[in-house]
Design a protein around this ligand. Structure first.
Ligand code: ADP
Ligand code: MG
Length: 504
């Protein structure tokens, strides 16, 4: 397999009033596990169900109810860990994180503080073709999601919807290896892409099934390299954590304004306080939610209701052997097998449906030509057509392949192929039959082309004289011949004949 070497992107630098500052960012991403049932109950995880209809007794914290681990949630966390090239811990355990909140009827969240199911891994975050950042993963643990308090339905009362209570989350904790707002967004989208390939999280940020806590600090140029050399956090600045971000755009904005806030504090001689903040997109500012002193004491302790989670290496190996091809591998394969540019390969592997469509078109054909047709013609046309997705494409891979075959066999010109594509897109049908029935075949018969060239030359003696002086004017004759033949003449043959006749 082709292996590419990547350049590390430069960190984002923000100019302060006194000197330049760099950013250091670490993310805690909460990804809802794609399963039918919750982490410790059989209740459904279906989004948008009638409030409080997907609630088992254990989710509602009824006395005497015991949690029972859902094996599929464990399998999904293991698959995610494998997809992030991470260590899988055969021994992990659940802990209680105690706090009171109306949307948490148990009075504690079951999580994995001391022994997470997944250990260290890494993600390759592509910034531009040939430029990528490796972000280390510290851990992934499984935990329960909370319910939802609703404060805006009644002036005097709050409501609670427990449908989400107890749904499995994977918390994916990165090392502070992210160096700018764009990288943070690219990191989240890469995680989302990998999990979608794996089928372990839908990654729908609007529905809240992928959200991130964003930790931001600032440092002077050179400090991060010292940290990387020693793993000593004292080289880094004090971080603030911006909670619960569920939009890539807001993540970037929040990092930007938070970094500027910290720079202003430090340059004025103050110190950044470690605290939890919220981003207000309307005001474009972050606000303190709670300081370190106000931080909860969660009184973590091992959950007495659950045995430690022990899994077998054979089971992990079996899951690993059934893992689908992942985005990086698919991209590299597209580059080496189909001769695509890094950019085209990235576009075509953005999701598995695009990739599968392309592979059907490219199989046994010129890969670059196929990529060109899928990206420029088909994606462009779908975008114009109400931003349709590839699954809604009226043109099947077989039809698009048929059009490409007609081009490569010289049956039609590239220009006619575009007309043909439009016909297939709007009316359907077999491309070869359409070309036959509508007389769209390219004229490769040099005799016929020659006659057309002779006719144009004879009718335009002035142009001929000019073209003899200035060979660039030959293009005008080519254009006339193409027009006279309704675009069906083989452009290569026309060019050759025009050149020959003008010079001869
Ligand atoms: P906690 O559980 O208290 O939030 P963690 O040690 O788990 O603390 O760290 C949370 C996140 O903060 C991690 O993603 C980590 O990479 C990030 N982080 C740690 N130090 C810094 C720093 N100086 N600047 C930015 N992010 C940091
Ligand atoms: Mg945290």
């Amino acid at each position: 397999m082709l292996d590419l070497t990547y350049e590390t992107p430069k960190p984002k630098v923000i100019a302060g009033a006194k000197h330049d500052w760099e950013l250091v960012i670490g993310l805690e991403v909460h990804a809802q596990v794609a399963t039918n049932a919750k982490l410790f109950s059989g209740a459904s995880t279906q989004f948008g169900a009638e409030p409080n209809s997907n609630v088992a007794f254990v989710d509602a914290g009824m006395p005497g109810m015991l949690p029972v681990i859902n094996e599929e949630c464990v399998a999904q966390a293991v698959r995610t860990g494998l997809g992030l090239k991470a260590d899988i811990n055969l021994y992990s355990a659940f802990d209680r994180k105690n706090y009171f909140y109306p949307d948490l009827p148990q009075g504690y969240q079951i999580s994995q503080l001391y022994h997470p199911i997944v250990g260290e891994g890494e993600v390759h975050v592509d910034m531009e073709p040939g430029i990528a950042r490796t972000v280390r993963i510290e851990r992934i643990h499984l935990e329960q999601d909370a319910g939802k308090s609703i404060h805006d339905m009644d002036p005097a009362m709050s409501f609670v919807d427990l449908n989400r209570t107890g749904v499995a989350l994977m918390e994916i904790v990165s090392r502070p290896d992210i160096r700018g707002p764009e990288e943070a967004a690219a990191y989240v989208s890469k995680l989302r892409q990998i999990m979608r390939y794996l089928g372990t999280c839908d990654g729908n940020m609007q529905n809240g099934n992928l959200r991130a806590d964003v930790n931001v600090s600032i440092c002077l140029p050179g400090a991060y390299e010292k940290y990387m050399g020693t793993q000593d956090f004292s080289h880094l600045g004090t971080r603030c954590e911006i909670k619960n971000m569920n939009s890539l755009r807001f993540i970037q904005q929040a990092i930007e304004v938070e970094a500027k806030r910290q720079i202003a504090i430090v340059e004025a001689g103050g110190e950044v306080e470690q605290e939890t903040r919220l981003y207000d997109p309307d005001k474009g500012e972050t606000r303190s939610m709670r300081s370190k002193e106000e931080a909860h004491d969660y009184r973590y302790f091992p959950c007495p209701d659950l045995l430690p989670l022990e899994i077998e290496q054979d089971w992990v190996d079996d899951l690993a052997s059934k893992l689908p091809e992942l985005p990086d591998e698919k991209r590299l394969r597209f580059i080496s097998d189909f001769g695509l540019s890094e950019y085209d390969a990235a576009v075509l592997t953005a999701d598995t449906t695009n990739a599968a469509y392309f592979e059907q078109v490219a199989e046994g054909r010129d890969g670059k030509l196929a990529a060109n047709w899928v990206i420029n013609e088909l994606f462009g046309r779908l975008k114009k057509d109400d931003d349709k997705s590839i699954t809604q494409s009226p043109v099947t891979p077989e039809q698009l392949g048929g059009i490409i075959d007609l081009i490569t066999s010289d049956a039609i010109s590239g220009k006619i192929a575009k007309d043909l594509f439009e016909i297939v897109y709007t009316e359907g049908g077999d491309p070869a039959e359409i070309v036959e029935a509508r007389g769209m075949k390219q004229v490769t018969d040099t005799g016929a082309i020659e006659a057309a060239v002779d006719e144009i030359i004879a009718a335009n003696p002035d142009q001929v004289a000019k073209a003899k002086e200035n060979p660039k004017l030959a293009g005008w004759f080519v254009g006339q011949v193409m027009k006279a033949t309704g675009g069906k003449a083989n452009p290569k043959a026309v060019n050759q004949l025009v050149a020959k006749k003008l010079n001869g």
